[in-house]
Design a protein around this ligand. Structure first.
Ligand code: ATP
Ligand code: FE2
Length: 327
């Protein structure tokens, strides 16, 4: 049994996996009234809740400490104070239980958890708050074929929601508003090769809101149609470029039913398979850390004994820096 710990940003969570089966996925997230995340406060939150989350996770999984064969920890990428808190907790447990510690890259875990849904060799459209990347395995690595040149698509949506007075987080609320409109208002379309950019569109939307000449439903609809089309076009290019036949969605924005629909249509048109995990495994979650941790553990990856203390966090590790030794 592998216990996985997630603590790269606002969520502290612990999941347990056995032979690819998720036994629990327990989370406690730091939230703020206004939305912006203060890294030190999030870290403090993690420190406060970690023991409780651990006890709840064992209870939900129906196991005891001695059933744990290894501990997986998301050591990259993310906010340093949060990563440090998670690493401290993970090291203590691994040393206390005398089990190996396995460092897992958070972005790669978003991709690997797709195997639960049957995805095997897919292009991943990873659309979350802070990240927007088109990733696929090629030549021994997970490569980033396209990514945002400025902010993540979720942060873009949340920003719009904030200045439109809709509240935080904005994703689901924007989706609901968009469902009430079919009036497309043209917005800038920012796709360069397979890279996307959102800040110019955000500026344009801000001006439109401030002019008070547009219905918020129409802006929400147009926003979704425009930026999701950019993402889907980029993903389609990556499919064509790599010759892969599967598209997988990941990240909190992937909960959006319109984005899912657009991906599905694109895949049907080009004879590709489309996979989308349930929402629980799209947003940041510890089960995906345990899940990839188990795959790595089975290949003998991870550190034990004295090496555990030397394991470090890696706040800026990129997806294509990860040595993929488990495939
Ligand atoms: P990461 O560290 O991977 O970047 P994150 O914490 O920034 O993760 P997630 O937890 O993966 O992000 O997702 C949060 C984002 O998802 C928020 O920006 C939120 O607005 C967005 N979101 C959630 N549901 C929807 C939805 N239905 N439509 C669009 N966006 C959504
Ligand atoms: Fe994430």
């Amino acid at each position: 049994m592998i216990l996985g710990i997630e603590s790269t940003a606002h969520t502290f969570g612990i999941g347990v996996v056995e032979k690819g089966k998720i036994l629990c996925n327990v989370k406690d997230s730091y939230t703020t009234e206004k939305g912006g995340i203060v890294p030190m406060d999030a870290a403090k939150h993690h420190k406060e809740v970690c023991d409780n989350v651990f006890d709840t996770a064992l209870k939900e999984a129906g196991i005891s400490e001695k059933d744990i064969n290894a501990i997986a920890i998301s050591n990259a990428p993310g906010l340093a104070p949060c990563l440090i808190e998670g690493m401290k907790f993970a090291k203590n447990k691994a040393l206390g239980l005398s089990v190996p510690l396995i460092p897992v890259n958070h972005c790669v875990a978003h991709l690997e958890i797709g195997r639960l849904t049957g995805a095997n060799d897919s292009v991943l459209l990873y659309a979350s708050g802070a990240n927007t990347q088109i990733i696929a395995y090629a030549g021994g690595k997970y490569r980033v074929f396209g990514e945002t040149l400025d902010i993540g698509v979720g942060n873009f949506i949340d920003n719009f929601a904030r200045f439109a007075g809709i509240g935080f987080p904005g994703g689901l609320k924007i989706q609901k508003l968009a469902e009430k409109s079919e009036n497309y208002i043209e917005l800038p379309y920012k796709l360069k090769g397979m890279d996307v950019a959102f800040s110019g569109i955000l500026t344009k939307l801000r001006q439109m809101v401030e002019s008070r000449r547009y219905r918020i439903e129409d802006l929400a609809y147009s926003l979704q149609e425009t930026v999701f089309a950019m993402l889907v076009e980029s993903a389609e290019r990556a499919l064509a470029h790599t010759g892969k036949k599967e598209l997988l969605l990941g990240g909190g924005v992937a909960c959006n039913t319109r984005l899912q629909e657009m991906c599905k249509i694109m895949c049907e048109e080009r004879g590709a398979k489309f996979f989308v995990p349930s929402n629980e495994f799209l947003v940041d979650n510890p089960a995906m850390i345990a899940y990839l941790g188990e795959i790595m553990f089975d290949k003998g990856l991870g550190v034990s004994g004295k090496e555990i203390d030397k394991l470090d966090i890696n706040p800026r590790e990129r997806t294509d820096d990860v040595e993929v030794r488990w495939r």
